[in-house]
Structures are given as C-alpha cells and as structure tokens.
Design a protein around this ligand. Structure first.
Ligand SMILES: C[C@](O)(CO)[C@H](O)COP(=O)(O)OP(=O)(O)OC[C@H]1O[C@@H](n2ccc(N)nc2=O)[C@H](O)[C@@H]1O
Ligand SMILES: Nc1ncnc2c1ncn2[C@@H]1O[C@H](COP(=O)(O)OP(=O)(O)OP(=O)(O)O)[C@@H](O)[C@H]1O
Length: 304
C-alpha cells in the first residue's frame, strides 16, 4: 500500500472564554475549569515523509526554539509507535507565542495528527490524546477537535456547541511564560467548581437575548465567569492592562486568554465599536486581529 508522502495542515489557536482554578494536584499542576474556543488564527505546517528516520524542522517565519513542540511531538510519536520513518517539517508561524493562544500546543497536536496519517499508524484519538498530555496541558484539546468545557489540568474534555462569534484578539509586545503566572502569589486558586450546565444555560440566555433584539444587537459584555490568571498576569505585565483598556473603550468588554499576554473582546458585527478610532490605532508592536470562531478543528475527521 502506498502512503501519502506530503501533507499541509493548519494549526488553529484557541481562546479561553473563562478560566477558573479550582484546586491543585500534588505535583503542583493546577486543576482548571475553562471553555476553550477554536479561532481562525492559525499556523500552517508542511510535512514530507523521510525514509531515513530523521526529523528535521525548517522555519518559514520567525525562528522557533531548537527543541520546539513540533519536534518534541514528532519524536514522542516516533518513539511510542516504533516507526522507522522520519519527516521534514516546515512551519509557517502566524500565531504569536507566549500569548495564551495555545499556538505551540496546537502545532504539537497538528504534528501528531499529520504524522499519524503520513506514517500510516492509524492510532485512534484516545491514544493520541494520552500522548498529547505528556507534551503540554493544552495539547489534548486540539486533538479532541471540538470546542470544549475543559477540566483536570486540561485533559478532561466535554465537547460543546458555541454560538458563532467574532473576536478582536490583541497580543501586546510582551510575552508571558505560563509557569511564571501559575507560580504567582497573586493567583486566585479556589474558585468554586461549576458544571458545564451553568455555562450552557448562560449561553442559551445570551442566544435568546440576541434573537429577541432587532438586528441582533444585544452584546454579551462580561461573559461567563473570570480568568483567574488575569490579575497575576497584569501585575507581571502592565501591557496586559493597557490592551484590556484599549479593547474595553472600543468594544465594551475584554478578557485575557489563558496565561496571557493576549486579550480578546467579543464584538457584535451589527453594532459599530463604541469609539470611532481606527483599529490600527494602537502601538505598532501589538498584533491585533479580528478572528471568527471555528465550530470544529479542521482536522477533526482525521482520527476516530
Ligand atoms: C493556562 C492554559 O493556557 C489554559 O489554556 C494552559 O493550562 C497552559 O497549558 P500549557 O501551555 O500546555 O502548559 P504546560 O506546558 O503543560 O505547563 C506549563 C507550566 O504551567 C503550569 N501549569 C500548567 C497547566 C496547569 N493546568 N497547571 C499548571 O500549574 C506548570 O507550572 C507547568 O510547568
Ligand atoms: N511550535 C511552537 N510554537 C510556539 N511556541 C513554542 C513552540 N515550541 C515551543 N514553544 C515554546 O513554548 C512556549 C509556549 O508556547 P505557546 O504558543 O503554546 O504558549 P502560549 O501562547 O502561552 O499558549 P498556552 O499557554 O495557552 O499554551 C513559547 O514561549 C515557546 O518558547
């Protein structure tokens, strides 16, 4: 049987619509409750099969760390499967890192999904997800393929449907290391656990409100819950506060994603922003982008 020798795959980013810390494991990892939503800001990864077993990365954009998450994912899959093939991996990096947008985690997940196909391994989703969590807490979500209510350290996923939304996502110049925020004394670590039904009921109310107003101009300003990492991130990185204020002035709402430094606002396409400032009225070093929500990961059907 001949195998595909070349593959191009997307690796979309996520935002955390809310992020609660409800406890801590003995190994120091925090127990979360969050809703992860896929957005259409994505890297593109190209894979070419090699028969000599070597794994070689080529950066098409900014240089990645020597031992980046793609190579770590590829190596982990090669070792766990005993596969003798290798790959040339080229990365067109578009999603900023150190942003809380899960870009590196998504690259790792797309690498596992692509090499599973390129190497003809036929691993099922559950087996890939078990390997994924060894690479990072966010990686299993991208293997899962659906927007999700997320628990545990990030590996317990309940797929949910989210309304179609548009977000402005802004990453300031500064990046944030996730581990620094999780070790901050300012971290809120004891939010009361909620259940997925609370979030779904909130969303249902929002949809009713949207449908009830003419031209759908009701706006969900604050959304559900909080990001328990935001106060610690703002103390660490004042630019997070600046971005949040900039978004609130224009769109009436803002929330940090993950451990920052990116902040997003949900925008109502029917209603013009509150301020008339041009969208590019921000420091040139900020990366700002209007993003659409994705209902599914583009590679969701690649595994069963
Ligand atoms: C904050 C989130 O972005 C939410 O989406 C993620 O939970 C972070 O996931 P990630 O970047 O894949 O994180 P990892 O690479 O696994 O962990 C980085 C560091 O963050 C801390 N960490 C991460 C996830 C978690 N649930 N508890 C933690 O305490 C740990 O100190 C860990 O050493
Ligand atoms: N392929 C990659 N793309 C981006 N960052 C990578 C990659 N491989 C390793 N990294 C390292 O991992 C760190 C975290 O990257 P990533 O983009 O996942 O973080 P993030 O945007 O903070 O998202 P999150 O914390 O939600 O996972 C970066 O600071 C970078 O040094």
């Amino acid at each position: 049987m001949s195998l595909t020798a070349l593959l191009d795959v997307p690796a979309p980013a996520k935002i955390n619509l809310f992020l609660h810390i409800i406890g801590r494991r003995d190994d120091g990892y925090h127990l979360l409750q969050s809703v992860f939503a896929l957005i259409d800001w994505a890297d593109t990864l190209h894979f070419e099969r090699r028969s000599d077993g070597r794994l070689q990365r080529h950066d098409l954009g900014p240089a990645l760390p020597a031992d980046d998450l793609c190579l770590r994912a590829a190596r982990a899959l090669q070792q766990a499967s005993g596969c003798s093939a290798g790959a040339d991996i080229s990365i067109d990096k578009q999603v900023p890192w150190g942003a809380g947008l899960g870009g590196g985690s998504s690259d790792a997940a797309s690498t596992l999904l692509a090499l599973n196909r390129l190497w003809g391994l036929h691993w099922p989703r559950e087996r890939l997800a078990a390997l994924a969590v060894t690479l990072g807490a966010d990686v299993p979500f991208f293997i899962g393929g659906h927007n999700a209510f997320v628990e545990g350290i990030g590996e317990r996923l309940t797929p949910i449907e989210l309304p179609e939304s548009t977000y402005v996502v802004v990453k300031p110049a500064a990046s944030i290391a996730t581990s620094k925020i999780f070790s901050s004394p300012l971290l809120r670590r004891s939010t009361k656990p909620s259940i997925v039904m609370d979030f779904l009921a909130h969303n249902a109310k929002r949809n009713e409100a949207d449908a009830a107003t003419q031209n759908g101009s009701a706006t969900c300003t604050t959304g559900y819950g909080y990001n328990d990492l935001q106060a610690a991130a703002e103390a660490e990185c004042p630019e997070v506060t600046q971005v949040a204020r900039w978004l609130e002035t224009r769109y009436g709402n803002s929330r940090m994603s993950g451990s920052g430094s990116a902040v997003f606002a949900r925008i109502d396409m029917q209603q013009p922003p509150k301020a008339t400032a041009q969208q590019d009225d921000h420091p040139a070093a900020w990366a700002a982008r209007t993003c659409r929500s994705l209902s599914r990961h583009p590679l969701v059907d690649w595994v069963s």
